[in-house]
Design a protein around this ligand. Structure first.
Ligand code: HAM
Length: 424
């Protein structure tokens, strides 16, 4: 029996990886423009981190985490998201004590959630995310959103919709919470078991329920916008004003609650035209209580994450191809054992000189070696046979125009480099 890949995972094959590299490179470039630096945290953390960080009543913690015991009987979890880990690292390394505030970081890496796999939803997926910790300024909420939009636009995506909401401060949240309990309590028996459990613990989660989203009480549920305190409303106005000034358009959606518990104030999603039912490309927002919840000093934070899997679907729908050519500078074709040995040495020298080069390793005939050079889109082919060995000169063929010339072995690298830099 052949062993197969686990359900909900996939391989990125050699012909597909250039697109991933291009996306990651774009993410890194945009982060550099906005002055965000990379942080790398472990793929697994203490289970407690996500229980406390993401929230006990969320679907992620209740149903989707990959938990396991290690040989030392510790309960560990494959990270389902990046924010809790970044905050843990921020607290653990006391980054809040550094003069460089806010701490602006980004990450690109795999996350794991035990979800029902479908188009755009996998059990291992790759998030690109950013977090800005330490600033209360509404303009940094706008910066975080602007970074996500700039990233998508750099890749050529156009059909994007930014959806915005505010979940307010703790006071707004408390008033809204009480209103939600009063609203749902009399009919809670009509809701699923999860919702019944959520009623007292975290009624906001009811609004996010996948099973009961069509229940009539969902539509009439009290809206957070009506419970915002003056200062929370003011904060949100500032964020909207900054986005207006930057020319970033958005839609307001007071039902946008997000699936993780740490959010307050600004929350947002960027929707894209992906195939099938899933269209949220990016989710993010402010999480002012999370650093103190995880044992650090009171520190505000804001960020987002998006997955490359969903981005690829959106690129496909908009017919955007990110294939880079991946062309070789030169391919060495050799005839005979001695020439083959020399080809290996020259190949090494070419690579040392910074040229992308390869040779035949399959004992092919000359014609087939040229075919391989074509498959690799080689700009030049170097031919070495007995005669060339004797003269210490190779035949160099320019694959673009078919011209050939003899070049001394020792001059090959410089010669090819000068041809390439002069665009020949
Ligand atoms: P999230 O909404 O859970 O937020 O996930 C963010 C993004 O990750 C989603 O918009 C989606 O693109 C992608 N995603 C989530 N689950 C899957 C999946 N199973 N397969 C493919 N893609 C998926 C967070 O993770 C927060 N940590 C975001 C954040 C950062 N908020 C503040 N800072």
């Amino acid at each position: 029996m052949l062993i197969q890949i686990p359900r909900g995972t996939y391989d990125v094959l050699p012909d597909e990886s250039a697109v991933w590299q291009k996306i990651e490179e774009t993410a890194r470039k945009v982060c550099a423009l906005f002055n965000y630096k990379e942080i790398r945290t472990p793929l697994f953390e203490s289970t407690d981190l996500f229980q406390r960080g993401v929230g006990d009543t969320t679907d992620i913690v209740q149903k989707e985490m990959y938990n396991f015991k290690d040989r030392g009987d510790r309960s560990l979890t494959l990270r389902p998201e990046g924010t809790a880990s970044v905050v843990r690292a921020f607290v653990e390394h006391k980054l809040y004590g550094l003069p460089n505030q806010p701490a602006k970081v980004y990450y690109i890496g795999p996350m794991f959630r035990y979800e029902r796999p479908q188009s755009g939803r996998t059990r291992q997926f790759t998030q690109f995310g950013i977090e800005a910790l330490g600033s209360q300024d509404p303009s940094i909420d706008a910066e975080v959103i602007a970074l996500a939009m700039t990233f998508y636009q750099s890749l050529g995506l156009k059909k994007l919709k930014l959806v915005l909401n505010s979940l307010g401060d703790p006071e707004s949240r408390e008033a809204h919470r009480n209103a939600l309990i009063a609203h749902f309590k009399p009919s809670i028996g009509e809701f699923c078991e999860d919702c019944q459990n959520r009623l007292e613990k975290n009624p906001l989660r009811i609004l996010d329920c996948k099973k009961d989203h069509n229940h009539p009480l969902m539509e009439t549920a009290p809206s957070i916008i009506d419970y915002l305190t003056d200062s929370a409303r003011d904060y949100f106005s500032h964020v909207k004003e900054m986005l207006d000034e930057m020319g970033i358009t958005y839609e307001l959606d007071p039902t946008l609650v997000r699936g993780l518990d740490y959010y307050n104030h600004t929350t947002f999603e960027i929707m894209g035209s992906s195939k099938g039912a899933i269209t949220t490309l990016t989710g993010g927002g402010r999480y002012n209580g999370l650093v103190s919840e995880l044992g650090g000093p009171e520190t505000p934070g804001v960020g987002f994450a998006l997955s490359i899997e969903r981005l690829l679907l959106a690129l496909e729908v908009e017919n955007i191809s990110l294939q880079s050519e991946g062309a070789l500078d030169c391919f060495i074709s050799s005839i005979g054992d001695e020439a083959g040995k020399k080809a290996s040495v020259i190949l090494y020298e070419l690579r040392q000189a910074g040229l992308r080069a390869d040779k035949d390793y399959m004992d092919r005939k000359v014609k087939a070696q040229f075919k391989q050079a074509d498959r690799d889109h080689a700009k030049f082919v170097i031919v070495i046979g007995d005669e060339e060995l004797e003269q210490q000169k190779a035949v160099l063929k320019n694959m673009a125009d078919g011209t050939q010339e003899q070049v001394a072995f020792v001059s090959l690298a410089d010669f090819i480099k000068s041809k390439i830099s002069s665009g020949v």
